[in-house]
Design a binder for this molecule. Structure first.
Ligand SMILES: [Zn+2]
Length: 221
């Protein structure tokens, strides 16, 4: 009889498309799939600024890895000079009869030769063909990232809702090529609520300190 208790035995996990991998033995085995890792990495990429500023991570997308349109998403620690990858996901364009895809992006293809310029083949759905984590899926750090994503995925439609959901507000200038951004803390948001502003009021009042444009984009932070 096997009397071993549940324990996380695998630290590095590498899974291919459609595969799942069992993380532990015992009565309640936990399985993760290629898409589980890919979805976490993509959600973290959507909040790159948060994960850079608050979690010290660098999240990088490579759009055309080998001239065939393959894309790669890499998560490393900013403090790690060797840039050892914590998460790697490789995406490929979906095949014609595949209805499922994880995100849409331009399919860029570069022949890698001077006389073979990069071609944009237009919008395409991408699927994950390989995902790898080199950090334990149940480590305090990865659990924290998943709870960050849960929190950041909420988008209450009132200012009070933002405060109740424990969110700060990342404000980004809406002008192209103006990368100005600012963070409104919970106390800033509380002050605006106290002044009687609604979420819509606040959005219309936000004005870029660099280029003066109104109509900034706001994101959970
Ligand atoms: Zn601006």
């Amino acid at each position: 009889m096997d009397t071993r208790a549940d324990k996380p035995v695998i630290r590095n996990v590498r899974v291919g498309q459609g595969e799942t991998i069992k993380l532990n033995d015992g009565p309640s085995p936990q399985e993760i799939s290629c898409d589980d890792i890919a979805k976490l990495a993509l959600a973290m990429h959507d909040h790159t600024y948060f994960f850079s500023l608050r979690r010290g991570l660098s999240i990088r997308f490579s759009r055309d890895l080998n001239g065939s349109g393959t894309q790669g998403l890499y998560i490393t620690r900013e403090s790690d000079e060797a840039a050892s990858k914590l998460i790697v996901v490789i995406f490929e364009p979906r095949s014609k009869n595949d209805d499922n895809f994880l995100y849409e992006a331009d399919l860029l293809m570069d022949g890698r030769k001077d006389y073979d310029p990069t071609i944009n083949r237009g919008k395409c759905g991408f699927v994950a063909c390989m995902a790898e984590t080199r950090i334990d899926w149940n480590s305090d750090e990865t659990v924290q990232w998943r709870s960050d994503i849960d929190r950041l995925s909420r988008s209450p439609n009132t200012l009070t809702g933002w405060i109740e959901a424990d969110l700060e507000m990342l404000v980004r200038c809406g002008t192209r090529y103006c990368y100005q951004n600012a963070i409104l803390t919970r106390s800033d948001l509380t002050r605006h609520v106290a002044a009687g502003l609604s979420l819509e009021d606040l959005k219309t009042r936000l004005k870029c300190t660099k280029c003066g444009t109104r109509g900034a984009r706001v994101m959970a932070f």
